[in-house]
Design a protein around this ligand. Structure first.
Ligand code: AMP
Length: 398
């Protein structure tokens, strides 16, 4: 690993600028899901235990470089204080000497960093002013690492820098899954559209032994091969892309597994009457029929494909998992991967978009080796891109 951790820097008696992602959902001034807050607790506690003083830097919403009370981090303070078991002081005088003369507690949080235009502009002068607030920089916001902003990128180049515990866990899991995986390595890529995942698919076929394609995007692949899938979600503009990805996979020796059958309905609704239909290049559905999930034969094939895998990466559901019974394939496949992981024979890493919700629904979250809550950053990692926030920690240019 080319980046440092909290074990490699001395924080005793030092003020540590910790970039965190606490961009949590808030309704009527109350945090409705504390997952992101809970995940940064180990880093803050670790800094405190080592005698450092954490000053957290975070964004909240998209205030576009202007102070906006609706996007004040004051709303997050009660949940953050509860999670840490101690009062967190909000430093709302923002950046500059004033901030540091404000009353400081053992744990501080700087007001929404995106109130300043210099943040998203990755402005060096702004970053230097930020750097003057502390002695050490610790980045614990992997989910913001795909952005080159002052607090995610520039700061790491201006001060002694390390990864926080969450960032460390996330990077270690992703490096183990994709950069240097135990083989054979496979992936499940599902979800709605090919168009949003072209780069991801292109990168994966060159690295994997097996690629399981599911969800609406599998419809586009099947239709590209000649199937008539009626009213199914599909993207005719991407038929050539789909064929190209299959050709690239064949060249690279990556087996592509498309659904061999599907649950077909006439309505996109929970409990909609449905039947199982064989899916191949010759399939002809009626104009009002839709494939909403992979069928039992596909699940059996997925099970066989998973057997013998040592590493599995998962992004996206295999069907319209929000509406039962069209969650069947996603839940079944997630349970198989969860069991293999529990049995110690599989490293399973999942993340991005709806994946966490889908795996939660399968009750598989606790068994997977690692579940990333980073959306965009996880996807960019799967696309093989260098994330600016990670490159800066490594002292490299993105
Ligand atoms: P994504 O955000 O690309 O991962 O896509 C997730 C969405 O794809 C979910 O809301 C699913 O309901 C939807 N989806 C997956 N499979 C299908 C399908 N066969 N037909 C319609 N929507 C689907």
């Amino acid at each position: 690993m080319a980046w440092k951790t909290l074990d490699d820097v001395d924080v005793k008696g030092k003020r540590v600028l910790v970039r965190v992602d606490i961009n949590v959902p808030v309704e009527n001034g109350h945090v409705t899901d504390t997952t992101r807050i809970d995940r940064i607790v180990p880093t803050i506690k670790d800094i405190l235990a080592r005698g450092g003083t954490p000053l957290m830097i975070a964004h909240f919403g998209r205030p576009k470089g202007q102070a906006n009370p609706e996007m004040s981090l004051a709303q997050v303070i009660p949940a953050l204080s509860a999670a840490l078991g101690q009062e967190v002081a909000l430093i709302d005088t923002l950046v500059g000497a004033e901030a540091m003369t404000a009353p400081t507690g053992p744990v501080m949080l700087l007001e929404n960093i995106r109130f300043h235009p210099g943040e998203t502009a990755n402005d060096q002068t702004f970053a230097r002013r930020l750097a003057a607030l502390g002695d050490v920089y610790c980045n614990d916001a992997f989910s913001a690492a795909h952005r080159a902003h002052a607090s995610t990128e520039a700061l790491a180049r201006l001060m002694p820098a390390c990864a926080g515990r969450l960032m460390q866990a996330e990077l270690s899991a992703l490096e183990a899954a994709l950069s240097n995986p135990q083989r054979p390595v496979g992936a499940v890529v599902g979800g709605a559209k090919v168009s949003t995942k072209i780069e991801l698919l292109e990168n994966l076929v060159n690295r994997l032994d097996v690629l399981v394609i599911g969800g609406g995007m599998a419809n586009t692949f099947l239709a590209a091969l000649g199937a008539n899938l009626g009213a199914s979600l599909q993207e005719p503009d991407y038929f050539d892309t789909a064929k190209d990805i299959i050709a690239q996979a064949n060249k690279a020796g990556c087996r592509v597994l498309l659904p061999s059958d599907g649950l077909v309905a006439r309505e996109f609704a929970a409990g909609a009457p449905h039947e199982v239909s064989v899916l191949d290049a010759t399939t002809k559905l009626a104009a009002d029929q839709m494939v909403l999930d992979a069928g039992p034969d596909s699940i059996a094939h997925i099970k066989m494909a998973f057997e013998g895998l040592k590493t599995l990466i998962w992004n996206g559901p295999l069907g319209a998992f929000e509406i039962a019974p069209f969650d069947t394939a996603t839940v079944a496949a997630a349970k198989i991967a969860a069991k293999q992981t529990r049995d110690g024979v599989l490293i399973s890493v999942a993340g991005g978009g709806d994946t966490v919700a889908a795996l939660n629904q399968a009750g598989a979250t606790d068994d997977f080796t690692y579940i990333s809550t980073a959306g965009g950053a996880f996807l960019e990692w799967m696309e093989g891109k260098t994330l600016p926030g990670v490159a800066a920690l490594e002292g490299k240019r993105a």
